[in-house]
Design a protein around this ligand. Sequence first.
Ligand code: ARG
Length: 469
Amino acid sequence: MSKSDPSSGGQQMWGGRFAAQPDDAMQAINASIDVDQRLWREDIEGSKAHAAMLAAQGIITAEDNAKIQAGLDQIAAEIAEGRFPFSRALEDIHLNIEARLTERIGEAGKRLHTGRSRNDQVATDFKLWTMRAAREAADGLRMLQKALVKRADEHADWIMPGFTHLQTAQPVTLGHHLLAYVAMAERDRVRLIGAALEAAWECPLGAAALAGSTFPIDRETTAHALGFHAPAGNSLDAVASRDFALAVLANLAIAATHLSRLAEEIVLWTSPQFGFATLSDAWSTGSSIMPQKRNPDAAELIRAKAARIGADFAALNAIVQKLPLAYAKDLQEDKQLTFNAFDNFALSLTSMIGMIETMTFNRAAMREAAARGYSTATDLADWLVRDLKTPFREAHEITGRIVRRAEQLGVRELVDLSLAEFQAVDPRINEAARALLTVEKSVESRDCYGGTAPERVREQIARWKENFK
Ligand code: ARG
């Protein structure tokens, strides 16, 4: 935007001290209005609380307060309806709203900034925004949990391979696998809500530029009006700190990491090599050259966005870590990172919910894969321990020899090996033991609390449904 741009709004709010206008690039690097206009609701809320308090304390008149309240309400309507003339010369949302207020109500508007600074103002606005965003992200995670529990319920006893090292380990149920992500999302929710609660503890407003105010302001009142527990006890900390945003972003990055792991599994499961699942048309993309392709682009982008959300945390952490107290303009860059992180998270979450709700699973392919790789070997070892009191290490050794034998004979599942072959390794192994080596029996027998047995999976589904009420 050039100096002659009519929308530049002319003289800076702090122009009194300067003879010349700032360089165009100075204005470009300094202005944050394109980003921080998203704080308008919080800014107006904070200003209304501040003005009401100033009047209650006799610092401004009741008439001025009435004008300010009405003027701010009108400005809120203007912004909501897209009629507000945002100006880059006015730098940020705080000065834009204040200048507009004065334009509308005259001198009373000029009294609003008494006893505060943009430093405590922005810290308060941004804290309020971040708290709300954290709670909304937690609500979004709850939607994902509900979608996952529904699919888990439908597939509580569908058998699939469980992996370690991405090598077939033991059979598990799809319901159990999906519920693993419900558990992760629950911790993510608790962390996000916890960070929002922690942020609500102290209100920065009234810390003013850095040292507090000379006016008899009542910080208790503004803190409570804005939903905080108390005013911040140290004015330097109040304007200089952004750990409330760091905590929320760190927790958001962890939640995004969990979405990314699920996305990675969707990419694997929907590959022709796995063939466990198919994404609905609404959540698949085609190739411009290969007509047969059905690509999981949304899942791939969720992985990439998780990386970016983690980088947003890392960037803000790096910005804050070298700043001397108190405020420095570096902190202005906190908002773009945070907004981007939440936008990307919300889009990831919506996409993940859409994919989960509409994908279909291939029962036969999953069962077949579950049986591959002698996945029930541990069940034989456990039988040797349980029924024959064989020490586990010995049972492991015996079972290993049987697996080797099956491999030599090209028998794909242990349950298909003849009893004679089992008994050639250990004559005590009987038909009952051999019958335990199907994937169904394997899964059913893992019935300790939290295990993959369908009955235990259904127990957890019931627990989640109760929890959602
Ligand atoms: N736009 C600024 C920010 O977001 C507001 C605070 C400006 N304070 C100042 N001393 N220049 O950080």
